[in-house]
Write a protein that binds this ligand. Structure first.
Ligand code: 5GP
Length: 116
């Protein structure tokens, strides 16, 4: 049984602020925001990482992640001025939660794009 924090949020065992949810993705507010808007796009199906999306049948779902991100950016009013999407992957990428997720950051002019 998978029990990472995002699975617990998706199944309602841990509370979070949801801004969007459908059968494939949940979008929640990050608990430790790094920008005025800091959301996490999370697949409902547990997947550790992109390693779990290497099959042809996953192309559509992965593409949908970006569409959901952009739709939600519109929903929260940051699409026009712009935003940033980030994925941290593995130890060197600085990933902390072992459940695929994309950070959606915006609401101000963001800092340098490549961080150390
Ligand atoms: P990572 O470093 O894995 O890419 O980012 C994980 C993100 O999940 C972090 O920005 C962290 O603040 C966020 N996070 C960790 N635990 C929780 C939680 O319980 N609730 C919410 N809403 N965000 C969380």
């Amino acid at each position: 049984m998978i029990s990472d924090v995002f699975c617990k949020i998706i199944t309602g065992k841990i509370k979070a602020d949801f801004v969007y949810k459908d059968n494939d993705f949940a979008v929640i507010k990050d608990i430790n925001p790094q920008a005025p808007v800091h959301l996490l796009i999370i697949p409902v199906r547990h997947a550790d990482s992109l390693e779990d999306f290497l099959e042809e049948k996953d192309n559509e779902l992965l593409g949908k992640a970006l569409i959901v991100a952009h739709r939600v950016a519109h929903q929260v009013g940051i699409a026009e001025k712009g935003y940033r999407l980030i994925m941290n992957e593995g130890e060197y990428g600085g990933k902390l939660v072992p459940h695929l997720h994309i950070h959606l950051l915006g609401g101000k002019k963001l800092g340098p794009k490549i961080v150390r």
